[in-house]
Design a binder for this molecule. Structure first.
Ligand SMILES: [Zn+2]
Length: 475
């Protein structure tokens, strides 16, 4: 029996080896301009078995190695998006989410694994791992969403042992305030275990009070969403998030910061040397609250809502001066019909929009080409910083010998009009349809495999991996 088993195992390994050889072929990307967060330089990139083997001028490769001509193109590290929602009630799963990501130059995506009351976090991770093994094309990291801090704080060591070293908590739901003490203990336990806490900072009591006032005035349609979720709610929650980081000494990452008032609070925490990190998302950089004056307000409903031009200006300034760490999508996929459903209200609606394919092209166009941020900073906030903060650097997030060959050949001069039919998200549309955007991925490699080329996804579902991540103190 034993002999038979080991024979079968070696055959399986042999087949696996051949499979890996086929997909992660050796190749040479030549003639391009390599961009990392540190600088830009002309260099070839030699890839062997999915890993970067050499970076330099005029590299030679043995015959038979595929050569990809990158002249006139930028060679960027694959994007890392740490804020993606897939599966469940959303129409994108790991497969279509991967497709949208890869077509947009993002090679590592994430998902939130919701931990039910009293659940075992290792099992929560295992269930997602099984789906990733079937569906993913991009590589994946997971954050566990905590609703039951008393049950889950003692499991932080076990969670870290799974290799998924981040959690998320929501201050905007009614469950936070009655359990504030337990959540504080939770953040302390996370820090002790080397786990990063992500926080959605909006104050539940301010939101409830504001909604009641608007309801009393009959102003309940989604057109009032900006009024329903004022910057005050975000600012005061951000103060508490900072306080929780300071009290525990644990690292805290504020997701989707939208307003100048909340941004200033978070920036002050960083200036005091706290381990406090700031993410924003594309809608706040490219859109303002005037979108809610039009007939399709539902398309733009997100939490927090779109803000004023002055908020947007503050976010761009923070992106340029290095006080925003990450631009993540907060990708949420609903159909256009569901987003425009007229029965939605300020308190009962479908929040969020699909964004994986558009994050990098829009940020390049409105950021780099508009002269607001450098191309190195573009790489830093879309790849290097998220890879570092979530424990996958230097395998991900840079172009260096030994790093995974996650590479995006990027045409900085190609201008395209965004069209719904070009979107790989299962929603089949983009809120940016009709926009002219310059700077697009031409070829995307994930661990040395061409997974997007010529406008087509060439990677197969099930080839994406759940990545093993380091603990905070090892970063
Ligand atoms: Zn989110």
């Amino acid at each position: 029996m034993r002999r038979t088993y080991s024979l079968a195992a070696s055959v399986a390994l042999l087949l696996l080896g051949q499979h890996a050889g086929l997909t992660a072929q050796n190749l040479l990307v030549h003639g391009g301009t390599v961009v990392t967060s540190e600088g830009s330089f002309e260099a070839d990139v030699l890839v062997r078995a999915g890993v970067i083997a050499a970076v330099g001028r005029d590299l030679n490769a043995e015959s038979g190695v595929r050569r990809i001509d990158a002249s006139g193109l930028l060679v960027l590290p694959g994007g890392v998006d740490p804020h993606v929602h897939l599966g469940g009630r959303w129409v994108d799963d790991y497969r279509t989410g991967s497709m949208a990501a890869l077509a947009g130059g993002i090679t590592t995506i994430s998902n939130f694994a919701s931990a039910g009351r009293g659940s075992d976090l290792t099992e929560v991770i295992d269930r997602q791992a099984a789906l990733i093994a079937q569906q993913a094309i991009a590589d994946v990291i997971l954050h566990t969403t905590i609703n039951d801090p008393e049950a889950h704080a003692p499991q932080m060591g076990a969670l870290a042992a799974t290799g998924q070293t981040s959690i998320k908590i929501f201050m905007n739901f009614g469950g936070f305030d009655p359990n504030a003490s337990a959540f504080l203990q939770m953040i302390a336990a996370a820090g002790d275990a080397g786990v990063l806490t992500m926080i959605h900072a909006e104050d539940a009591s301010i939101l409830a009070n504001q909604a009641a006032e608007l309801e009393a005035q009959g102003r309940t349609s989604v057109a009032y969403q900006p009024e329903a979720r004022p910057a005050l709610a975000e600012e005061v929650a951000m103060m508490r998030a900072v306080a929780m980081a300071e009290q525990t000494g644990s690292p805290v990452y504020a997701v989707h910061v939208s307003s100048e008032r909340a941004l200033r609070v978070a920036q002050a925490a960083r200036a005091r040397g706290l381990p406090f990190f700031i993410e924003t998302r594309p809608i706040y950089l490219h859109l303002t609250r005037e979108r809610f004056d039009g007939p399709d307000a539902g398309l733009y409903v997100g939490q927090p809502p779109l803000r004023e031009q002055s908020d947007q200006d503050a976010l761009w300034e923070a992106l340029a001066n290095g006080t925003i760490d990450v631009v993540g999508t907060d990708h949420v996929a609903y159909s256009r019909e569901d987003k425009l459903d007229p029965s939605q209200t300020i308190t009962n609606h479908r929040a969020g929009m699909n964004h994986l394919q558009m994050l990098r092209p829009l940020l390049f166009s409105d950021g780099v080409l508009a002269g607001r941020i450098s191309v190195e900073r573009f790489v830093e906030v879309t790849a290097t910083n998220p890879a570092k903060l979530f424990g996958i650097f230097p395998e991900k997030g840079t172009i260096a010998v030994g790093s995974d060959a996650d590479l995006v050949l990027w045409d900085p001069e190609e201008t395209r009009t965004v069209r719904d039919q070009d979107m790989f998200s299962a929603t089949g549309f983009s809120i940016y349809a009709g926009w002219e955007v310059t700077g697009w991925p031409v070829v995307t490699l994930r661990r040395g495999e061409v997974v997007f080329e010529g406008g087509e996804i060439t990677g197969q579902a099930g080839t994406g991996r759940l990545l093993e991540r380091s603990r905070w103190e090892e970063r």
